[in-house]
Design a protein around this ligand. Structure first.
Ligand SMILES: C[S@@+](CC[C@H](N)C(=O)[O-])C[C@H]1O[C@@H](n2cnc3c(N)ncnc32)[C@H](O)[C@@H]1O
Length: 264
């Protein structure tokens, strides 16, 4: 992914329209699925957790507020982090949840410093996935847990989902569950498990379709523009959404939790 597309991709996820469509938690299943991931990772009160690609800090807010973890959230986009900090101050969580600007492929964290690393709905958009997973493994202490959730595919993506708009929508480089398992294994992690949550992806796609319903006609006319990311939501975006929806309903695209552990 070139630099411009990388910025567009991050720009997309900080756009207010995306938060309106998806809610504060930018992944299928919302904080309910975050709770399931935390359970599978065995997170407990007092754990120091790194949330890679935290966006506006919905996950650190949950882990600090509900589980009593200490959390550091990292993201490329500083205005999302400013929002996250504001929110954690408002909820009196700012002693437990901290935010740092940084790149997943070069984490500004010391080796072996954290008990757990979480990364939701983001690994699929990092250009160098092996490097990002190696970084997550590096900052984990021996015996620490890693928990990733992401869109997965069980079929080859059609040509229509491999183009430029699809890259901006972060769909073009979606992997199979076994590819993610291999990435964790190559980074030296073990006890790697996958849990499928395709139903949550279907539910999110349904909710987005419902919200976008009234925009359909405007999209057909190519009249909807997203200025901050320079996207013109014309018919190509509409086609891409219907193609992605068809694959989600058929099970060709799903959403998985992938967990592993750093050996002692
Ligand atoms: C789909 S959102 C997921 C946000 C959050 N993890 C959640 O589930 O609510 C993807 C996030 O990844 C961030 N991001 C993209 N590339 C990144 C990178 N190389 N390093 C850190 N963050 C990145 C974007 O800015 C965006 O906030």
């Amino acid at each position: 992914m070139n630099k411009q597309l990388r910025i567009s991709c991050s720009g997309l996820y900080r756009h207010p329209a995306v938060h309106w469509l998806m809610g504060e938690s930018l992944h299928p299943g919302g904080l309910t699925l975050t709770r399931r991931l935390a359970e599978k990772m065995g997170l407990v009160q007092g754990n120091l957790v790194l949330d890679v690609a935290t966006s506006r800090g919905a996950t650190p807010g949950y882990l600090a507020g509900e589980l009593g973890c200490r959390v550091v959230g990292i993201d490329l986009v500083t205005d999302s982090l400013a929002r996250a900090l504001e929110d954690s101050k408002g909820r009196h969580l700012d002693r437990a949840a901290h935010y740092v600007a940084g790149d997943a492929e070069s984490l500004p964290i010391a080796s072996g410093a954290v008990d757990a690393v979480i990364c939701e709905c983001s690994l699929s958009i990092f250009p160098d996935k092996p490097q990002a997973v190696r970084e997550m493994a590096r900052v984990l202490r021996p015996g620490g847990a890693i928990g990733i959730s992401d869109v997965t595919r069980s079929v080859e993506l059609p040509e229509s989902l491999r183009g430029v708009i699809s890259q901006v929508a972060c769909l073009a480089d979606v992997k199979r569950p076994e590819d993610y398992m291999a990435l964790l294994s190559e980074a030296g992690l073990d006890d790697i498990r996958v849990e499928d949550h395709g139903e949550e992806l279907k539910a999110l796609a349904g909710a987005i379709k419902k919200k976008l319903g009234p925009l359909g006609l405007m999209m057909k006319m190519g009249a909807v523009k997203v200025p901050q990311i320079g996207l013109d939501l014309g018919s190509s975006v509409k086609d891409l959404l219907s193609e992605a929806d068809r694959l989600i309903q058929d099970g060709g695209l799903s959403y998985c939790l992938i967990t592993g552990q750093k050996p002692m």
